[in-house]
Design a protein around this ligand. Sequence first.
Ligand SMILES: N[C@@H](CCC(=O)N[C@@H](CS)C(=O)NCC(=O)O)C(=O)O
Length: 238
Amino acid sequence: MPLARHDAFREKQLKLSRRAAMYRLEMRKCKNATDYELIYFDLRNLAESARLMFECSGTKYDDVRITASEWAEMKKSTPFGVLPVLKVNGRAISESQAINRYLAGALGFAGRNNFENAQIDAFADYFKDFRSAIRPYTYVAGGIREGDVEELHKKIFLPAVELYFPKFCERLKATDGDFLFDFGVSWVDFDIADCLLTLLGFDSHLLDNYPELGRMVTAVREIPTLKSYFERRPVRAI
Ligand SMILES: N[C@@H](CCC(=O)N[C@@H](CS)C(=O)NCC(=O)O)C(=O)O
């Protein structure tokens, strides 16, 4: 490339990267100007992937953890009578997956286009099916209901693990990194990793035959901006 054209090209590149840096700065200001309030019980469960997105991106939020008596007062005022609810500048969003998708878009944990978002959604919905399938076991293992935990582990939990986990491992084997998709960590990695941490608390051998999922959980725990959160977050069984 002739020198003059090369210099003009370099100048244009510099201008573009300066503009990108300014854009990122503006985005960061907007992000921190937004008032986020995440309302849930004092559990990880359906709110934790939202918390992980806030923490990982360094976004300020109010982590409101309500008690059973506060809930009795509040239930009627929530859109669907359940939690979590995310308030964005005072406006409420219900349903954990809707909250996750909204925050993923706002804070940088979504795909880069509609197709990638659909791929994330597909794995998130597939994992939700797994979560529903094992619910009779998790309620008993988590102390929410009475039941024969050994029996439920054998008849409900293990068959579901054997049905669903190979699909996640296949997906993880197909990527270059530790997360489900090559484009980097997305909200579905947070959703799955945190639930697996809960389940590992019930069954420490859960991932013995699924090393790809084990690597993914470790990779999420070791994201530099999440390390201190994992150390200081309240310890809860679910
Ligand atoms: N599909 C909803 C389910 C929400 C849900 O069932 N929340 C439970 C806590 S995990 C709840 O609010 N229970 C209290 C009640 O039903 O009064 C979601 O994903 O957000």
